[in-house]
Design a protein around this ligand. Structure first.
Ligand code: GLU
Length: 479
């Protein structure tokens, strides 16, 4: 079956990682079945509308590689894809319900409704609006809300993730379809749009599960076939049992992009958060996800967000791109992440630096802190040398002596490449009788003054003979 799925975000701010799965799963199902993915902007809540949020949503989807077949920018047969521009369509649909007596104009003022609610609270009975329906509703005119006329009854349905569901008549109510401001409610608009757009799979957050009986009543009132309903459990905050929200530091997807997380890693991580294909596989390309994804393996309980795992996966993806596509391809993904001091160096040199450091990166922005010494001479910090755990036992005179021997030995090789440098380092070990940890820590710190660096021979090779010796000499003079 060719699935027609949709991502239907409300433009109320950035897409945080807690809700982007509602875009990923519909995308995977659409691509797997050769169907269609629709992007629909649900912008009918004018109070929560945020300028620029639609562009942010589009940007996020594009970055993740989730292209849509119908929606803003690309258009499609059900245009427009902004709910705020579809008001006449909703009015046309609601007219059918008004005509068949399944909806009514409700002029009751909000204060009166509050009074009904208070009364129910005092009497400790559930507040159901259908018990307060106005007796003689007027003919509808703009400015008056329209409500559904619910028929209290039981509903059973199947949710592809939550299983078989059943509810009693107490959950059905006269929900608002068209608001006072003329805009439809989410409850109504999405039913109309999903029907007009031919949506076969409705995938959305589990928070809509409790309203589903009211949606089922609307499908029935319109004589519509029910789509396949799929509730996605919440993503849980790192601690406790709450759902991950902006307040728990749920960053926007684009913030991770700006921190140097690769879209491949983000997609991989989020797709596998609360879903697995039953194997031990952890790294998935987009194509592999499209192949392996199945709705019936979505977990029905909340999955916990774990940033450490995301960063681990990102490191794996960095390595994978290097191994499969080469240093140059990885470099192309890093251009914005180098320290400022790198700007005056050639690309060729930066590619070399990247080639020896990439396997230590968790995010691309680590380049800023991990590579400075390849571009500027580090500040000499004698304490860092003498307090190093391997060098503590040595006197300053011994350190100076060792540095001098190293300078002598390293001045010699005709070739300056990783192999001859490794030979020289081995000769130095033999000549000085020092342990590798002592000798190599000394040279490493003296040329980098960084907490760690790639293998010593590789670091010296990239720095070059002149810089390496100049730095060793400068340190020897400062002791
Ligand atoms: N506009 C709703 C939201 O952003 C979408 C729910 C749905 O996918 O139907 O939560």
């Amino acid at each position: 079956m060719k699935a027609i799925t949709r991502f239907a975000p409300s433009p109320t701010g950035y897409i945080h990682i807690g809700n982007v799965r509602s875009a990923i799963y519909p995308y995977l199902v659409a691509r797997q079945t050769g169907g269609k993915m629709i992007l629909r902007i649900e912008d009918t809540d004018r109070e929560r509308y945020v300028e620029g949020a639609t562009e942010l949503i589009e940007d996020t989807l594009r970055w993740l590689g989730l292209d849509w077949d119908e929606g803003p920018i690309v258009g499609g047969p059900s245009e427009p894809y902004f709910q705020s521009e579809r008001r006449e369509i909703y009015l046309k649909w609601v007219q059918k319900l008004l005509d068949s007596g399944r909806a009514y104009a409700d002029p009751t003022p909000p204060e009166k409704i509050d009074e009904y609610r208070r009364k129910c609270n005092e009497e400790k009975v559930p507040f159901l609006y259908r018990n307060f329906r106005p007796e003689n509703p007027p003919k509808w005119e703009p400015g008056i809300p329209i409500r559904f006329k619910a028929e209290p009854k039981e509903y059973s349905w199947h949710d592809a993730v939550m299983g078989d569901m059943h509810t009693g008549p107490e959950v059905l109510d006269d929900i608002i379809l068209i608001k006072r401001d003329g805009y439809p409610t989410y409850n109504f608009a999405h039913i109309v749009d999903d029907a007009e757009m031919g949506v076969t799979h409705v995938m959305r957050g589990v928070e809509y599960l409790s309203s589903t009986p009211n949606y089922l009543a609307l499908y029935e009132a319109f004589g519509l076939e029910r789509p396949i309903l799929i509730s996605l459990p919440h993503i849980l905050a790192p601690q406790g049992n709450k759902k991950l929200g902006k307040r728990d530091g749920a960053k926007s997807v684009t913030e991770y992009r700006d921190d140097g997380v690769l879209p491949e890693a983000m997609l991989n991580y989020l797709a596998c958060l609360g879903w697995n294909d039953g194997t031990e596989q952890e790294i998935y390309t987009k194509d592999e996800l499209i192949k392996s994804f199945s709705i019936d393996r979505i977990q029905n309980s909340g999955a916990r967000y774990d940033e450490t795992k995301l960063l681990w996966l990102n490191g794996q993806w960095i390595r994978r791109i290097f191994d499969e596509q080469g240093a140059r391809a990885l470099y192309d993904r890093t251009v914005n992440f180098w320290p400022e001091v790198a700007a005056s160096y050639s690309e060729e040199y930066r590619v070399k630096v990247l080639s020896i450091i990439y396997d230590r990166l968790k995010t691309m922005s680590d380049l800023k802190t991990m590579t400075e010494y390849f571009f500027v001479d580090p500040d000499i910090d004698i304490n860092m040398l003498v307090e190093n755990k391997f060098l503590k036992k040595l006197s300053e005179a011994e350190i100076e002596e060792l540095l001098k021997m190293s300078i002598n030995e390293l001045s010699e090789p005709k070739e300056w490449n990783p192999e001859s440098l490794q030979e020289k380092l081995n000769d130095l070990l033999a000549k000085t009788g020092r342990k590798p940890a002592e000798l190599f820590s000394l040279i490493r710190i003296a040329i980098s003054f960084a907490p760690f660096s790639p293998a010593l021979n590789l670091t010296m090779d990239v720095l070059g003979r002149e810089t390496t010796l100049a730095r060793l000499n400068a340190v020897a003079r400062s002791i």
